[in-house]
Write a protein that binds this ligand. Structure first.
Ligand code: CTP
Ligand code: MG
Length: 379
């Protein structure tokens, strides 16, 4: 019998706020919806995945799901139950696992437990015990409720599609916050299996923060180094650290010759094992002639974030006799931090001379060395 995962993602995410509906917001560089869908496309027992989205969310959904096999997108309704019903119309037979996009991290063993339990019952749902005291009340306590038999019911919820359709006909969906309620109200048997904290729904801003922290804790710290040299050529000003510095000599290079941004870009690419600046922006390519190096740096940052990474810190040493870097240090740090989208304190610029030794000592050019610390999900 075909097993289909039906992901409902047609909500507005009003309680989380922030403009973009939560299912399209990024968690570790990936939209929450994509996390939710991948848990099922990657599960060996799931035959197909369908996604219910809100009308007007088509482009966001296509972007979020690029490359994943989810068939045609289904347009949902005003309430969650309307969205589920719209999805069921498109599925109508076999086993269906109804799941909230707002629960992006479904562990595969929960799906296994649900499918096993479905052999013995009309439906199966993951549950967790209630740990907190349960009470009635508003601004005052109106009495506690025994939590002994209380369960928190999560999704995915597994049913035979015909049974769920029948239950909707029989009991209607109004007021139900999930399908197990509809099934139960229609007199059908719903088994419980062990749920998982990873399945807790992301409803409020603090839920979101918890999910981000959980993802960050799974990452490993990585360090990369970068080095670059440019020779002096012609008259100034020179571009360094993303700013223009008044100096009587400029630097030679294919792009704007920003030795500091080039070293930092290479350090970031190195930390992520993504090659080097020359690979991404070949000097032979006329597109980069005179290009502002902001572009190279922000590209490296985008690549890292696209892999779910975080940029923790960059540190750069500029090696030259002149110009003096001190007066420009703060402006460079700020500019680089802004390009990278990190706090100003996450960027350090230092400078040294080589005591008039070597090419930098003779004033033939400027060298820069950088290190970058990033975090990436351990693979
Ligand atoms: N959902 C849906 N159709 C609706 C409402 C909700 O498909 N009309 C989906 C949401 O996208 C989410 C899941 O149902 O994946 C659980 O709903 P909820 O957490 O309430 O999400 P939102 O409705 O988006 O959030 P809020 O209630 O805060 O606006
Ligand atoms: Mg809602």
């Amino acid at each position: 019998m075909a097993i289909t995962a039906l992901i409902v993602a047609a909500g507005k995410g009003e309680r989380l706020g922030g403009g973009l509906p939560k299912q399209y917001r990024l968690l570790a560089g990936k939209p929450a919806l994509r996390h939710a869908v991948e848990a099922f496309t990657e599960h060996p027992k799931i035959d197909s995945v369908r996604v219910v989205i809100g009308s007007g969310q088509e482009q966001m959904a296509l972007d979020a799901l690029k490359g994943l096999d989810v068939g045609e997108l289904i347009i949902g309704g005003a309430e969650r139950t309307d969205s589920v019903r719209a999805g069921l119309q498109a599925i109508s037979e076999g086993v269906v696992l109804v799941h909230d996009a707002a629960r992006p991290f479904c562990p595969p063993d929960v799906v296994d437990r649900l499918l096993d339990a479905l052999g013995e019952a009309d439906g199966a749902v993951p549950v967790l015990p209630v740990a907190d005291t349960l009470a009635k009340g508003d601004n005052e306590l109106r009495g506690t409720v025994s939590r002994a038999q209380m369960l928190r019911v999560q999704t995915p919820q597994a049913f035979h599609a015909e049974d769920l359709l029948f239950a909707f006909e029989e009991a209607g969906g109004a007021g139900a916050t999930d399908e197990s309620t509809v099934m139960f109200n229609a007199g059908l048997r719903v088994a419980t299996v062990a749920g998982d904290q990873m399945l807790d729904k992301l409803t409020t801003a603090s839920d979101w923060e918890r999910a981000e922290n959980m993802l960050a804790a799974r990452m490993t710290s990585r360090t990369g180094m970068g080095f670059d040299v440019h020779a002096f050529e012609g008259s100034g000003p020179l571009i360094m650290g993303g700013i223009e510095i008044d100096h009587d000599r400029g630097l030679a290079g294919h792009s704007d010759a920003d030795v500091v941004l080039h070293a930092i870009t290479d350090a970031l690419l190195g930390a992520a094992a993504l090659g080097d600046i020359g690979q991404h922006f070949p000097p032979s390519d006329p597109r980069w002639r005179g290009a502002s190096s902001d572009l190279f740096l922000s590209h490296a940052a985008t690549l890292i974030r696209g892999r779910g990474g975080l940029i923790d810190h960059v540190d750069c040493t500029v090696i030259c006799e002149a110009p003096k870097i001190g007066p420009h240090r703060t402006a460079m740090q700020r500019r680089i931090a802004d390009i990278l989208g990190v706090p100003h304190g996450a960027v350090s610029i230092k400078a040294t001379t080589t005591e008039r030794l070597g090419f930098t000592g003779r004033g033939e050019g400027i060298a820069a060395q950088a290190v970058a610390t990033i975090r990436l999900e351990a693979r």
